[in-house]
Design a protein around this ligand. Structure first.
Ligand code: ZN
Length: 342
């Protein structure tokens, strides 16, 4: 297909075909803490009795952070479609169990467009060989993932990242960002970054990407929800640097953050933060998602599912006076711009 196109796991599609887009989700992944992997403990079975507690302390229940059931993912994507959804950007990068063939099957069976992601997650999830890769070697791998096919398949990635970063940033993660910038220059794909858990982390990341030649208007900084207090005007300052900021914990209504360093907002508070960005004239620099990566958040298992934003939050937005054009910009136009390779 002639450019411009969006690269999905099923090949290039017209940008207009995406519909409403979730910019940061996981369909198949394994985010089990490295120390607990292969421990031999039994995986949790989610029941009505334990669902609240698994969701309240998601990391304490082995298996909750492993999504591996393709049939279940198809069902979840069908529910997303029923809620009016069109496209899911799947953020499972190297280290947390990417399964490209699985994504192709889920997309084909559910009719949801799926965009796969290139690159590497945080250092603690990598094997020793990967940690030794140079910027050049990482760039070559990532360009291959975007242009030819990822992880031994012919399935091409449509976005770079989520590039995993810790606080403080490790040398491996710094090289990963630099390789991301070089891959963007070679391919035109957008970059999306999971920042370390510190208010300075996004700024350090933008400095590194900028110095390596990245186009910051095609850089998304993820997880605003746990990086800044929702009342904090810092997010406005970050977006003013020219990047896109992402609120991607929608549906998490638990105030206790399982990683322990932030008080999480609820959906209303997220919407107030989004409103502040719109009022500051930054409405084309914010995107939304759920970042589903646990079983307890799947609709089939009693959670809110991938359709929550469209099914429940959009009506809240209307109630709070968001204009239809603003809603469409958040779910359709800004994602389309970011995913289009021109
Ligand atoms: Zn992340």
């Amino acid at each position: 297909m002639e450019r411009p196109y969006v690269m999905t796991v099923s090949g290039p599609v017209e940008p207009e075909a995406l519909g409403s887009v979730l910019m940061h989700e996981h369909l198949l992944c394994d985010l089990t803490a490295p120390a607990r992997r292969g421990s031999g403990e039994p995986e949790v079975e989610i029941t009505l009795e334990n669902h609240f507690d698994v969701n309240y302390s998601p990391g304490e229940h082995l298996g909750n952070h492993r999504l591996h059931d393709r049939d279940l993912a198809v069902r979840e994507c069908e529910l997303f479609r029923k809620s009016g959804g069109g496209t899911i950007v799947e953020m499972t990068t190297g280290g947390i169990g990417p399964d490209l063939d699985g994504l192709v099957e889920i997309s084909r069976r559910s009719g949801v467009h799926v965009v796969a992601s290139a690159g590497f997650y945080t250092e603690d999830f990598q094997d020793p060989t990967t940690l030794e890769l140079s910027v050049e070697a990482m760039t070559e791998i990532m360009i291959g993932e975007v242009l030819h096919g990822a992880r031994g398949t012919s399935v091409r990635c449509g976005i770079i990242g989520e590039i995993g970063c810790s606080w403080p940033l490790t040398p491996f993660e710094r090289r990963s960002l630099q390789a991301g910038a070089k891959t963007q220059r070679a391919t035109g794909a957008s970059i999306t970054v999971h920042p370390g858990r510190h208010p300075q982390a996004p700024h350090e990341i933008l400095d590194i990407l900028d110095a390596a030649g990245a186009d910051l208007s095609r850089v998304i900084i993820d997880h605003m929800d746990r990086t800044y207090e929702c009342e904090d005007a810092e997010v406005v300052g970050l977006a003013r640097r020219g990047c896109v900021v992402e609120y991607d914990f929608f549906g998490i209504e638990v105030s206790k953050y399982w990683m322990g360093v932030a008080d999480l907002p609820n959906d209303w508070m997220r919407l107030r933060a989004v409103r502040r960005l719109l009022d500051a004239g930054l409405g084309d620099r914010v995107v939304l998602a759920h970042d589903i990566c646990t079983r307890a958040r799947l609709q089939t298992l009693g959670g809110h599912g991938y359709g929550h934003l469209l099914r429940n939050v959009v009506p809240l937005m209307r109630e709070r006076g968001f204009a239809e054009t603003e809603i469409e910009r958040l779910f359709v136009h800004t994602p389309r711009r970011l995913l289009t390779i021109g």
